[in-house]
Design a protein. Sequence first.
Length: 153
Amino acid sequence: MFTWRACRDSLPTSTNLARRGVNIQGACPWCSLEGKDLLHSLLRCHFARLVWALSSIPCAILVYDHSSPELWFRGLARSLDGPDFSHVLLCCWFLWGARNRKLFENSSLSAPAIMDFVRSWEMALLQNDARLQSSDFPTKTRHGFPFNSVGIG
């Protein structure tokens, strides 16, 4: 849900809230710049750059067209393999959560702490994936159609 809302640029950033007539203090909780959008929170802010510098993603890859969140995510999806793209999505999700935590609870996470969360989630996802692959989980429904098939035609 986060990624869909991010691509649609519908997350409640100060810029989006102002467009909807909601007047809030619009400064970035990390750098105090005014009127910031999603790409500022996830990519341009100095704090976000610290997080990306600690990630396994080469910083050069992050400069794809970022005129909109959707174009940025599309560019990354085309150029990164599955695990690296998942890593980017987790970094974005935890950056957004850290931003909200700082903004609404005045509680800060450090860039290394965010990367620790990202890595622990990656490990949990890998372990869960391995567990599913080694289980006797059925691959077909009782009707004979695979779970990922619409079964039409």
